[in-house]
Design a protein around this ligand. Sequence first.
Ligand SMILES: NC(=O)c1ccc[n+]([C@@H]2O[C@H](COP(=O)([O-])OP(=O)(O)OC[C@H]3O[C@@H](n4cnc5c(N)ncnc54)[C@H](OP(=O)(O)O)[C@@H]3O)[C@@H](O)[C@H]2O)c1
Length: 276
Amino acid sequence: MSTGGSQQFDLEGRVAVVTGGYGVLGGVIAAGLAEAGAHTVILGRDKERSERKATVIREESGGVRTLGLSADVTNEEQLRIACAATLDAFGRVDILVNAAGGNVASARSDDRPVFDVGFDAFDEVVRLNLHGTVYPTLVFGDAMAARNSGSIVNISSMAALLAISGVSGYSVAKGAIDNFTRWLSADVARRHGPEMRVNAIAPGFFVTQQNRDVLLNEDGTFTDRSRTILAQTPAGRFGRPEEVVGTAVWLCSDAASFVTGVVVPIDGGFSVWSGV
Ligand SMILES: NC(=O)c1ccc[n+]([C@@H]2O[C@H](COP(=O)([O-])OP(=O)(O)OC[C@H]3O[C@@H](n4cnc5c(N)ncnc54)[C@H](OP(=O)(O)O)[C@@H]3O)[C@@H](O)[C@H]2O)c1
C-alpha cells in the first residue's frame, strides 16, 4: 500500500490567505505555501507592500496565482472587503494563517511596574494579537465553513506558556489564542466535519521587525535580554524564519488531516528546558 508520502504535503490548487503576509514570519510562510502549490493572498495594512510581496512570491514560486490586499486585522469591514476580493479572484478559501501581530512598545513594562502600563496600551496589544486573530478567523473561516473544509493556523508564542518579563498584554493575548485554537478546533469539527481544522504554531525567538530593537543593539550585537534567551535555549541560537515553514505547510496540508487543536512549539527547546 502506498502511503502517499510527500504528496500528502502538496497544496496544489488550494487558496491560502496569510495575514501579516509581508512580515518576516508571515512572509516566509506565504512563500512556503506558494512553493507547495497554493494560490496565495497577502494581507497587510500597506497595500503596496502586500502587492509587492505577492508579485515576488508569484515570480519565485513558478505557476501559482497571488494577490496582495490591504486590511487591518482589527477592522471587520476591511476584512469582509478583503474576503470578498479573495472569493472574487479565486472562488474559495482553503487556508488562513493568522501571522499579523507582535508586541507594542507602549504596552511593555521592562523598566517599570506593570501597574504603570496604560489601559489604552494594554487594549492595543490585546486587540492586535487576540482580536487580530479572532476577527480574520470569523470572516475567512465562515467562507471555509460554507464548504465544510479548511485549515486555520494561528501564531502563538512562548509567552502563552511561560512568564516572560515586560510583555503582560502580549502574553494574555497569546494565551487566549491557544485557548481559542483548542475551542474552535472542537467546535468546527463537530459542526462542519473533520476537514475543518484549527491549529497553532508557537515560535520561540526569531529576530524580526517587531522585536529587533529589543534583541539587537544598534551595532548588531546581542542585548542582555538576547543573551538571557539564548542561555535558556538548548539549541543556543535564535530561530531562522524559514524554520517555521515546514510546520506551517504540514498543518495546512492533508499530511495533518487528523491533527486539530494543537499548538506546535518551534523553539530550539526553549519551552522544555529547566535551566538546570
Ligand atoms: N519573532 C518572534 O520571535 C516571534 C515569536 C513568537 C511569536 N511571534 C509572532 O509571529 C507573528 C509574526 O510576527 P513577526 O515576528 O514576523 O513580526 P513582523 O515581521 O513585524 O510581522 C508582523 C506583520 O503584521 C502586520 N501587522 C501589524 N499590525 C497589523 C494590523 N493591525 N493589521 C494587519 N497587519 C498587521 C505587519 O505589517 P503592517 O504593520 O505594515 O501592517 C507585519 O507585516 C506575530 O503574531 C508575532 O507575535 C513572533
